[in-house]
Design a protein around this ligand. Structure first.
Ligand SMILES: [Zn+2]
Ligand SMILES: [Zn+2]
Length: 140
């Protein structure tokens, strides 16, 4: 990792489950699909994708959930329920981390918006980023 690479901690709502990530995310994606809406209780989900070797520390217990018919395994805090990290065997070279879990305004904003077809009309899209009506062509 290069010198001066940022080191950030993503934490669940109660703080028990924590991840330390070194370096900038390789991609930040905002997703407006209905699964992300239900998963987050918000109007869209934000995933910061990292390479697995950027995850330099992990603390606290986690539990996992795999949605029926899906390949993505979600790791969440068994105490407070916050989902913090996910991965899929389809994309072994990346891990997804909940963008909001960093609570860090220096985290880069979304590089793209996906599943815009199911976005609420009042949700703005960032200027100058690709907007996909459905799934993007690469990592979802
Ligand atoms: Zn927690
Ligand atoms: Zn989604």
């Amino acid at each position: 990792m290069t010198r001066n690479a940022p080191i950030r901690t993503a934490a669940c709502g109660c703080g028990d489950f924590r991840l330390t990530l070194e370096g900038e995310p390789i991609l930040v994606s905002a997703c407006c699909c209905t699964r992300c809406q239900r998963r987050t209780g918000s109007f869209f989900g934000v995933t910061a994708y990292f390479r697995p070797d950027q995850l330099t520390a992990r603390a606290g217990p986690s539990a996992t959930f795999q949605a029926p018919g899906g390949q993505t395994t979600r790791h969440f805090c068994p105490r407070c329920g916050s989902s913090l990290m996910w991965g899929s065997p389809e994309w072994p070279d990346v891990i997804g981390v909940a963008g909001g879990a960093f609570a860090d305004p220096t985290l880069p904003g979304p590089h793209r918006v996906t599943h815009h077809a199911t976005a609420h009309p009042f949700v703005p899209t960032p200027d100058g980023v690709p907007v996909y009506e459905d799934a993007p062509p690469e990592v979802e």
